[in-house]
Ligand binder design. Structure first.
Ligand code: ADP
Ligand code: ZN
Length: 746
């Protein structure tokens, strides 16, 4: 202990602040946590209100030994003196963010080259807005009725009221009495105001509730999946199996094991629209609903769910990728269903891949991860090959249902009539199916009426004023719209270029146009259209699914939403209107993605007793994608894909990062792109491609250029990129976005 002469207190100085220095991460793009003064001790993870400039923000007390890479941290000796630190404000009334979530935030930030505060924002977003006003309700008091006249409405209210607070609306609807009656009883002291508690308890799923009898193959896979769950051990398993082989049933066994262990489960789905059917399935298996997490939840339910996940009372969470940032109290298993789906990649803000980050999340929680797919991504297959991931395979459909018979319709030899899009073969198959009282589905992954509108007189194409993209006609709404920026205009009567009247013609089909054709050809069919823009909410999707399941419709026409894991026993025919659609564009994964999507669509057919049939309309029948689909041989296809990517060290055999440079005008974008290209790293195993105009050269009015960094697997791209971009200072509204492991090359 220090003895001897202490410095005399300097009376002119402000009193020495009492408290300690705490790092606080705020939801803003600072390179790391900021220091604040904490008057009383604060634990890492606590959420606090923080003065920042003139604002108040919600920050999270961060760990002193954060895992943020050193070039993010404040340089030593440059710390702000304790007495100049601003004090933290009030502590929020929520549980601290758990350690594993804080490490995850650091990890995602470092991996995606995002300021950690912006990643934190995804975890604390619901606390950034003002908390909803606590709602007051009514409770029954002990007071005697006294001489208050007990009219029937008053009696009825007192019968309904209890010690659990009920809102005026609730109490009034349950008792049939008006709010005036309730107020009268309160004035008489028989009811008292009380806070309605925020958390509604989530029921605990029962692992033994609806356990299936598994086939031998299923049971074996389930046993392997359960083992690391029981041992609280990180391990990744690819659960692969043809559509309808019982993958869901099998991974629900691992969920059951995790519930048995008293820990929490996270299940990620690529699309929130799927959550309703998944929830029904879950209830049948476990007798209680899971907690659901996606952006469509109301604010109140979001807060309740967040709190229940944080205190551990919500045991199973099913959600979109954003659920990765929930404050699980004790995460024991992570499942990624349809792991190959590119929808797991977030393309805006923090650009991360939900599947890959799910694996990281599991590792940081010492929990196993299960990746589920009928057509696994090449990334995951490569990890299986190197032994990093385990592999479980289900080889046959449950209950002996056969795989559908996939046939090619060669559009060169069997073309549709002029101006139409359904070939005679396909039309005949639909008629046969409908006559047999079965259901048929037409798939075309394109919304709207026509993807292009042009002038017959001068050739002018209707283009978006903000993007290098054509406007898509949506005939029912009488508009042309841009699917990239949302720009919308009325469909004009004359060409805006040459002013010819009635000269604009639609080119190519979207599902609206296919629906028109189907109505004409099959006037008696009961048609249902399923597209992401016509089925906005999970509830609308659930209703559509119900109508199909109940046989209210027999011809379903849809975009990619119909391809998902739906189970429609009476659906026996699937027609793919344009199997070639995804192959253009020169995207690295175009073929892989087309196979995955079309195989998944095909998998909707013949899932029960009656066999399924799939017709693929294509102009390139000899393409390996078509061969793979027709022969149902994905192994050969993926081997071929691997062989193509391996030599050039394309992912997954090398690493890729995209730099997207954008600016208000083309010259600025070019200048910044050139500057960045000049500073490009030069070393063994590293290659920089570009700059080149992005395929979407203009997007929302911003001019875009792209560079691609490609390295061999042994080289991490993040340090390279940090060094490369450290001296780049975009100005004049220009910016550079980094996309690690890009999926989209637009
Ligand atoms: P996948 O996820 O591979 O597409 P599912 O798990 O959805 O397959 O199974 C397809 C259908 O077969 C579902 O209706 C499912 O309930 C049923 N099923 C699968 N395995 C079993 C089983 N062992 N016992 C009863 N039903 C099963
Ligand atoms: Zn646009």
């Amino acid at each position: 202990m220090a003895t001897g002469s202490l410095p005399k207190p300097d009376v002119r100085r402000k009193p020495h602040p009492t408290g300690t220095r705490v790092p606080v991460l705020v939801p803003l793009p600072f390179p790391g946590p900021l220091d604040y003064l904490a008057p009383e001790p604060l634990e890492p993870g606590e959420l606090v209100s923080i003065p920042l400039g003139k604002r108040e923000v919600v920050g999270c007390v961060w760990d002193k030994t954060s895992t943020v890479p050193s070039d993010f941290a404040a340089p030593p000796g440059r710390e702000i003196a304790l007495e100049r630190l601003r004090p933290v404000g009030a502590k929020l009334d929520v549980r601290p963010l758990p350690h594993s979530l804080r490490r995850f935030v650091d990890w995602v930030a470092a991996y995606t080259l995002t300021p950690p505060g912006l990643v934190l924002a995804m975890a604390t977003r619901i606390h950034l807005k003002d908390a909803p006003k606590p709602t007051l309700g009514w409770v029954r008091t002990e007071a005697p009725e006294g001489d208050l006249r007990m009219t029937p409405p008053r009696r009825s209210v007192l019968n309904v009221a209890s010690e659990i607070p009920m809102s005026t609306a609730d109490l009034s609807s349950k008792s049939g009495a008006s709010s005036a009656v309730i107020r009268g009883l309160a004035a008489a002291g028989l009811l008292r105001e009380a806070l309605i508690p925020l958390t509604t308890p989530f029921a605990t799923p029962d692992p033994g509730y609806g356990a299936p009898v598994l086939s031998e193959e299923q049971a074996e896979a389930a046993a392997h999946l359960c083992r690391p769950v029981r041992e609280s051990r990180f391990e990744v398993t690819l659960l692969e199996g043809v559509t309808g082989s019982g993958k869901t049933e099998v991974y629900l066994e691992a969920v059951a094991a995790c519930l048995d262990e008293g820990r929490q489960v996270l299940v990620l789905l690529p699309e929130i629209a799927l959550s309703a059917q998944w929830t029904d399935r879950f209830i049948r298996r476990f007798g209680a609903a899971p907690a659901v997490w996606h952006s469509d939840l109301g604010q109140k339910l979001r807060r309740e769910t967040w709190a229940a996940i944080s205190d551990g009372s919500a045991r199973v969470v099913v959600g979109a990728r954003s659920a990765l940032f929930l404050p699980f109290n004790d995460l024991g298993l992570v499942v990624v269903d349809e792991e190959h789906e590119s929808a797991f990649k977030q393309e805006e803000g923090v650009m991360y891949h939900g599947r890959d980050m799910a694996v990281v999340r599991a590792r940081l929680a010492d929990a196993p991860a299960i990746l589920v797919s009928a057509t696994p991504s090449l990334e995951t297959l490569a990890n299986v090959e190197t032994g990093r991931y385990r592999h479980e395979l289900l080889t046959s459909r449950h209950g002996g249902a056969a795989m559908p018979d996939v046939e090619l319709v060669d559009m060169r030899h069997d073309p549709p009539e002029r101006g139409l899009f359904l070939s005679p073969v396909l039309c005949e198959a639909i008629e046969t199916t409908l006559r047999a009282q079965e259901q048929a589905m037409l798939f075309l992954n394109r919304r709207g009426y026509a993807p292009l509108t042009l002038c017959r007189a001068c050739g002018h194409r209707m283009q978006c004023p903000n993007c290098s993209a054509w406007l898509v006609e949506h005939r029912a709404r009488g508009i042309l719209t841009c699917h990239h920026c949302g720009h919308t205009e009325r469909l004009p009567n004359s060409c805006p270029e040459c002013h010819a009247e009635n000269s604009l013609v639609p080119i190519g089909p979207g599902i609206e146009r296919i629906t028109e054709e189907a109505k004409m050809r099959f006037p008696d069919a009961k048609i249902l259209v399923m597209a992401s823009d016509t089925l906005g909410s999970p509830a609308a999707t659930a209703e559509a699914v119900r109508r199909i399941s109940d046989g209210e419709v027999n011809l379903i026409i849809g975009t990619q939403i119909v391809a998902k894991g739906w189970h429609f026993p009476n659906l026996t025919l699937v027609g793919v209107v344009d199997a070639d659609l995804g192959l253009g564009g020169g995207d690295l994964r175009a073929a892989e993605r087309t196979v995955q999507l079309l195989h998944q669509v095909a998998g909707r057919a013949g899932r029960a007793e009656r066999p399924g049939r799939v017709l693929l309309q294509s102009y390139v029948g000899e393409h390996p994608v078509m061969t793979a689909l027709v022969s149902n041989d994905f192994q050969a296809f993926m081997d071929q894909e691997a062989a193509q990517r391996r030599p050039g060290f394309w992912p997954p055999y090398g690493r890729l990062a995209a730099l997207i440079i954008s600016a208000p005008d083309g010259a600025k974008a070019d200048a910044l792109a050139r500057e960045i290209a000049l500073a490009a790293p030069e070393c063994e195993g590293v290659q920089v491609l570009g700059p080149a105009p992005a395929p979407l050269a203009v997007l929302r009015g911003r001019h875009r250029r792209r560079l691609l960094l490609r390295t061999v697997r042994g080289i991490a791209v993040q340090p390279l990129l940090r060094k490369w971009l450290s001296d780049i200072r975009p100005a004049g509204g220009a910016r550079v976005d980094v996309d690690i492991d890009p999926i989209s090359f637009l």
